[in-house]
Write a protein that binds this ligand. Structure first.
Ligand SMILES: CC(C)(COP(=O)(O)OP(=O)(O)OC[C@H]1O[C@@H](n2cnc3c(N)ncnc32)[C@H](O)[C@@H]1OP(=O)(O)O)[C@@H](O)C(=O)NCCC(=O)NCCS
Length: 179
């Protein structure tokens, strides 16, 4: 299995790539038998991703394994005034908000098609995504514990900066100046 990871600027998101990302989203988060899962995947690729791609600092990385799009990860510069940054700033302790929230790289999602998991694809996506970022800090929310996502992030320098921000999720931070 050979995987290549490429960074794709906003203008490189073709309709074919959008369809490939929707397919990965559906395989990871949906049930192909349900029409609403197809709508969710289309909404991600046609609305959410388009909206996020217009934000400053947008970066998308895509993995291609043996010729098939196998995963993606993306984020943008998180700023006060945006929904998640403002919500976080009101949720975490003030000293953490002061240090971490605002002008950070917001890692929105990292997804690998279940058919390609367990082969290091997410590790490759992660390393390409954080490489050369201009921001000083990065943030993401995920469920801590023994699952693949916390294993991946904790093994690559991310630390829990606030536990239980959103039900079961923790806020993870990475100091980009040290990588
Ligand atoms: C999280 C996810 C992206 C991992 O993708 P992947 O390509 O299978 O991950 P990798 O093979 O690169 O493995 C990453 C790390 O997780 C570990 N891992 C992989 N599968 C695992 C599992 N089922 N349980 C526990 N750890 C696991 C690997 O050992 C590796 O750890 P290491 O870097 O210390 O060796 C994938 O499971 C996914 O798409 N999940 C759904 C979406 C999601 O939750 N995304 C994260 C939200 S921010």
């Amino acid at each position: 299995m050979t995987t290549e990871v490429r960074a794709m600027g906003r203008r490189k998101i073709t309709s074919q790539l959008r369809a490939d990302l929707a397919r990965v989203y559906l395989a990871a988060y949906g049930d192909p038998a349900l029409p609403e899962s197809h709508l969710d995947a289309e909404n991600f690729a046609e609305a959410t991703l388009r909206r996020h791609a217009r934000r400053a600092g947008f970066k998308l990385v895509v993995s291609v394994t043996d010729g098939t799009v196998s995963g993606y990860a993306y984020g943008f510069t998180g700023r006060r005034g945006q929904f998640w940054s403002d919500w976080l700033a009101g949720t975490v302790p003030a000293d953490i908000a002061e240090t971490w929230v605002g002008d950070h790289f917001e890692l929105v999602d990292m997804v690998v098609d279940p058919a390609f998991r367990g082969n290091g694809v997410a590790g490759l996506l992660h390393d390409e995504l954080v490489s050369g970022l201009p921001q000083e800090r990065a943030l993401l929310a995920t469920v801590p514990g023994a699952g693949a996502a916390p294993r991946l992030y904790e093994g690559r320098g991310w630390q829990v900066v606030a536990a239980e921000i959103d039900g079961s999720k923790a806020l993870y931070g990475l100091d980009l100046r040290t990588i």
